[in-house]
Design a protein around this ligand. Structure first.
Ligand code: ANZ
Ligand code: ZN
Length: 802
């Protein structure tokens, strides 16, 4: 027999699959469908990383299994190709970003193809393709039409080195997500999308979907629903300030007020403030910091008391001082808080530093040591008409009281902010609006979409922070679609997250030039049955795309309120020493080299076998070798093939057990234990010194989703009929998966009426189910009422009927 040589077989099968269009989704909508999706990559200059094939192979396994189960499977691939790294590379090398993108895409595609992933390449999409972003622009216009896109002077996060505005989601630990550089605050006129209008539904509809728990939790925390109250405090003079609190039960303990340095009250009461200069100075200091720095829990508290005005606590009419401090953000709640240092940690630290009074209003802690924040067991004290009540009851009572008095009302707040949807960069979708002095912002008419990017000489953002597009006057200057007068195009482009917010819709009908996808195709393919992606996208892409989908649902484009029925997430692949793989550490493993030395099937197998799919795991070259050795043994199994026989009795249980294990594990992210089960079955074949045709075929089918080339080759080489990928997925017989089956007696109304086979460890429930499955025995009690059942494990099942 020839030796196993992946080089001679992998390319061959990939070409056959391509030629036969084996993995193309069919247009036959009478079949049950399965839409599997992985996050399409950003085609960076570095090429594929060994982290990429992990999720791609996992869903490839599921997709291949589903096809064998009779589903019409859509497993598409594309490129999320707008973005900064490409643009930065283009700037440095003076090459058009479109050319850089094309080159990177070609490289990625070749690499992915070499892995034998069963993508439907006829549906490949690219977010930078005008045929594609025409519809991204179209969706933006619909958002604009519905008042969900608006331009606003906003204080944004600004990265000095990328020269670009960043969404909160793109600021990681106070630094720029892309370059790690310093992020400062800058005020700019920005397009914003009102994702906050969907906050409630984005939380509530998580109940409709099957996402792994940690994804749901992260999304909920990010949206940050908070149930509290807005309460008015009078200010000495005639003004009042509204605070937002989640703890109205602690009102009697509010010993001072803190307003945000940006709070409008400061300018309104300028004349009454004695230390305005000091206040101004502090405001400048605070303004330079990002929200992240300002709200960091364990940072040293800073602030200035406003001299000249006080607030009046509405429950006890006490005058309390007003401070400004950066730990109160203008962008949350009302930008003002009542400070309760006895029961809020930040307030406690602040009060301790500045010598402000700390009053206990919830008993149970030691407020000299720290704030007492327990809301479960606390009992209210020092609080007049709510004394003695547990926190939860006190909250209700005082909330009612506040509402009756007309000094406040219950209020739900969200941490989620509107989405900054402007970039002052070149390589993005132009925002399809023009500005006319007379008509304001006017949409570019739909029939003029897409608005293309003009050719420019330099892709560099201008130093003023304007997009490079602003310098192309012949592009900027246009006529107003409404009045025909002079107008100027918007020169900001969309952020990187735009194209990926709806790409899964386009795959259903990627060449449609009349609509983003036909209703018929959307109705058939949606929702996505299984979407796998990185945890790092939970609060960005996943939330944004759910928002766009919900908007399109409201607009009548899609029929289901949620895009993804199921969401799972994979762990990272780390370097051999357990650190993140990175160029600078020199520990990056190139998948091409693995494919070249060991074959794609080995890489695939290894990526599935490497460990718990949901956890991060270090790469191991030894592990790769082990997987290759397993495939060598699979290859040599052909020598043990004996013809003719049916299942051998000894192996029957193992076969059924393995079918069950592999089938179930592929569904529950336990790819590693599925592979382990196949390895141990192979050992059994080897121990037996032979394998018959049926067993061998079943084994090959089970292994095929993970190692599709070698299995297809062995199938063909041994003359088994048809292509392997056209076979049906094997089914197991539950009874035959059980090692120990025993016979027990069945008694009905005190008389032994027969025996039945049940697992030796069967519970009473299982025994009863087995009894009900036995037609002969069960017929004896049919129509009667069961009065009593007694089950003596290992001996007898006794039933009394009337
Ligand atoms: C009084 C109080 C007493 C508070 C107590 C907490 C504990 P979440 O759950 O995050 O919504 N807060 C309100 N607006 C703020 C702002 N703009 N910047 C910083 N902090 C703000 O938190 C709501 C609580 O955070 C509010 O309830 C308020 O402090 C503070 F024992 O009011 B609390
Ligand atoms: Zn006009």
């Amino acid at each position: 027999m020839k030796e196993y040589n992946p080089k001679s077989i992998e390319k061959k099968w990939q070409d056959i699959w391509d030629e036969k269009e084996t993995f193309y989704a069919s247009e036959d909508k009478s079949k049950p469908k399965f839409y599997a999706l992985i996050e399409f990559p950003y085609p960076s200059g570095q090429g594929l990383h060994v982290g990429h094939p992990r999720p791609y192979t996992a869903l490839d396994v599921v997709a291949r299994k589903r096809r064998m189960e009779g589903y019409n499977v859509l497993y598409p691939m594309g490129w999320d190709a707008f973005g900064l790294p490409t643009e930065n590379y283009a700037i440095q090398n003076k090459i058009h970003p479109a050319i850089v993108t094309e080159k990177n895409v070609a490289r990625f595609k070749e690499q992915l193809k070499s892995l034998g992933l069963s993508f439907d390449w006829s549906r490949e999409i690219n977010t930078t393709d005008p045929e594609y972003f025409k519809w991204t622009q179209w969706i933006f216009l619909k958002l604009f039409e519905k008042g969900l896109a608006y331009k606003k002077e906003a204080s944004i996060n600004w990265c000095n080195s990328c020269k670009v505005g960043l969404a909160n989601e793109e600021v990681v630990n106070g630094g720029c997500e892309r370059c790690g550089g310093e992020v400062v605050r800058k005020t700019k006129n920005q397009w914003m999308l009102k994702i906050t209008e969907y906050a409630e539904r984005l939380i509530n509809d998580l109940d409709l979907v099957d996402y792994i728990e940690r994804v749901k939790i992260q999304q909920k925390n990010w949206i940050g629903r908070s149930e509290g109250m807005e309460v008015d405090f009078n200010i000495t003079g005639d003004k009042k300030v509204t605070v937002y609190t989640t703890r109205p039960d602690t009102l009697f303990g509010a010993t001072y007020m803190v307003i945000s340095p940006e709070h409008p009250l400061i300018d309104e009461l300028k004349d009454k403030i004695n230390n305005f200069d000091e206040i101004e100075e502090y405001r400048e200091y605070a303004h330079k910091k990002s929200d992240f720095e300002r709200t960091e829990l364990n940072k040293e508290k800073t602030g200035v008391q406003i001299d000249g005005i006080n607030a009046i606590n509405p429950v006890n009419k006490k005058e309390i001082p007003i401070w400004i401090s950066d730990y109160v953000l203008m962008s949350y709640g009302t930008g003002a808080i009542m400070a309760v240092p006895g029961h809020d940690t930040r307030d406690w630290e602040f009060a301790t530093k500045f010598g402000l009074p700390i009053v206990e209003v919830v008993a149970g802690g030691n407020i000299k040591e720290s704030a007492f924040t327990d809301i479960e067991d606390g009992v209210i004290v020092n609080s007049d008409f709510i004394n003695g009540l547990p926190v939860k009851e006190a909250k209700e009572k005082i909330s009612d009281w506040i509402e009756e008095k007309g000094i406040g009302h219950r209020k739900t707040n969200y941490k989620l902010k509107d989405w900054v949807f402007s970039r002052q960069r070149y390589w993005g979708e132009p925002i399809p609006l023009v500005y006319c002095e007379k008509c304001g912002w006017v949409p570019v008419p739909e029939e003029q979409l897409p608005v293309l990017l003009p050719e420019v000489e330099s892709y560099e953002p201008t130093d003023t922070g304007e997009s490079p597009l602003a310098n192309i006057r012949e592009w900027v200057e246009t006529t107003c679609p409404k009045c025909g007068g002079y107008a100027e195009r918007e020169t900001d482009t969309m952020p990187q997250w735009a194209g990926s917010s709806w790409y899964f819709l386009r795959y259903t009908d990627p060449h449609n030039d009349k609509e983003l996808a036909s209703k018929e195709n959307l109705d058939y393919w949606l929702p996505i049955d299984w979407y796998n992606g990185g945890m790092e996208h939970t609060t960005l892409h996943l939330l944004y795309s759910r928002f766009w989908h919900k908007f399109l649902y409201d607009y009548g484009v899609v029929h289901c309120p949620e895009p993804y029925g199921k969401r799972t997430s994979h762990g990272m692949i780390l370097g051999e020493n357990n650190e993140k793989m990175s160029k600078s550490r020199g520990n990056v493993v190139n998948p091409d080299e693995i494919v070249d030395e060991f074959g794609a099937d080995t890489l695939r197998l290894y990526e599935m076998f490497i460990g718990d799919f949901e956890k991060s795991v270090p790469w191991s070259q030894n592990g790769v070798r082990g997987c290759r050795r397993f495939l060598d043994r699979v290859w040599r199994l052909q020598e043990l093939l004996v013809d003719g026989e049916q299942y051998s009795k000894e192996l029957e249980t193992s076969m059924h057990k393995t079918i069950k294990k592999v089938s179930e594990d592929f569904e529950t992210l336990k790819f590693n234990t599925a592979v382990a089960a196949l390895m141990s079955l192979l050992n059994e074949f080897n121990d037996a010194g032979k394998v018959n045709k049926e067993e061998f075929k079943t084994f090959l089918i089970l292994l095929n989703p993970v190692a599709p080339h070698i299995t297809e080759e062995i199938w063909a080489a041994n003359g088994f009929s048809g292509m392997l990928n056209e076979q049906s997925w094997p089914v197991w017989d539950e009874d035959k998966t059980i090692d120990d089956v025993i016979e027990i007696a069945v008694q009905i109304n005190g008389k032994v009426r027969g025996t039945m086979l049940i697992p030796s460890d069967a519970t009473q429930e299982v025994a009863k189910a087995k009894f009900a499955e036995d037609e002969k025995l069960y017929s004896l009690i049919e129509g009667k009422t069961i009065v009593k059942e007694i089950y003596v494990p290992g001996r007898i099942f006794n039933i009394v009927v009337k």
